[in-house]
Design a protein around this ligand. Structure first.
Ligand SMILES: Nc1ncnc2c1ncn2[C@@H]1O[C@H](COP(=O)(O)OP(=O)(O)OP(=O)(O)O)[C@@H](O)[C@H]1O
Ligand SMILES: [Mg+2]
Length: 270
């Protein structure tokens, strides 16, 4: 009895640290034609933490990220084996609605890629396709709310009719984040979202990621070690198609278990 009480006190004290698994991958192998790009990758991604994927160029970070919302379906030569689940549901099962999946698991790319449409229509695009707004007022509210959450409302509110492509690179990237948010996703995948941005625009995206943390499960691929250390709580290190090490970001960057991780974070290769 005493033990049980002690246990519940510990549980209560750690309540803030409780993490919910949002996505799981088990033994994922990916091939492009005959060439294997990912080998036996298994990972749990939590709702509460930002997860960073790091590793040298060509190690499979983007390949794995694209598996998580079936973007690899669009690559003719790609073959994915293994199991990836979202809230326990196999996203590769027959009959899975892939359009719906990509709304639930949104993606932000390296190069900001707003549609050649107005700022308003960029954000309204997804909600329109998915029938999320019954009236113009509903759509206005979704657009405003998404731009606000993406930290872009003040800069965008007086130019909603202007083309999204006329914004600065950093603004375009926040517009792409607003577009992903607009369909109320559960997971946001970001593939080097700041690599085309200057340090100030980068800092804004990093702040934004921190604000969005917890509301969405976030996975970010980055080549910038400082960025991984700043924005993520969990880090996975990839090398030559395998996931070498996965753990708390603070541990990975201060005391990694694997020599290959250590070599990478100390800049011995990259
Ligand atoms: N569409 C494709 N067709 C054939 N091979 C591909 C394709 N995309 C990626 N690859 C190969 O798969 C491997 C992993 O590539 P991937 O783009 O996932 O690496 P990455 O870790 O994201 O690299 P980077 O840091 O340069 O973005 C590489 O050998 C790459 O050449
Ligand atoms: Mg990549």
């Amino acid at each position: 009895m005493a033990d049980l009480n002690a246990g519940s006190v510990v549980a209560a004290r750690n309540a803030a640290d409780v993490v919910t698994t949002k996505m799981t991958a088990r033994n994922v192998n990916v091939y492009y034609g005959a060439k294997q790009a990912l080998k036996d990758v298994s990972i749990d991604v939590s709702q509460e933490n930002v997860t960073a994927f790091i590793g040298p160029s060509g190690c499979g970070k983007s390949t794995f990220l694209r598996c998580m919302n079936r973007m690899n379906d669009t690559v003719a030569s790609a073959r994915v084996e293994g199991e990836i689940k979202l809230d326990g549901e196999d996203i590769y099962k027959g009959g899975m609605d892939v359009v719906q999946l990509r709304a639930r698991v949104g993606m932000v790319f390296q190069k900001p890629n707003p549609f050649p449409k107005s700022i308003y229509d960029n954000v309204a695009y997804g909600p329109r396709i998915h029938g999320l707004a019954a009236t113009k007022a509903d759509m206005d509210a979704i657009v405003e709310g998404s731009l606000r959450r993406a930290g872009l409302w003040d800069e965008a509110k007086d130019r909603l009719g202007e083309s999204g492509t006329a914004m600065s690179g950093g603004q375009q990237q926040r517009l792409c984040i607003a577009r992903a948010i607009a369909v109320d996703p559960e997971v946001i995948l970001m593939d080097e979202p700041c690599s085309a941005l200057d340090p100030i625009a980068t800092a804004k995206i990093e702040e934004l990621i921190d604000e969005l943390r917890g509301r969405y499960a976030i996975v970010i691929v980055t080549h910038n070690m400082q960025q991984a250390a700043r924005v993520s709580q969990k880090t996975a290190f990839f090398h030559l198609g395998t996931m070498v090490e996965y753990g708390d970001t603070s541990m990975i960057f201060t005391n990694p278990s694997e020599p290959r991780t250590k070599d990478y974070i100390t800049g011995r290769y990259g």
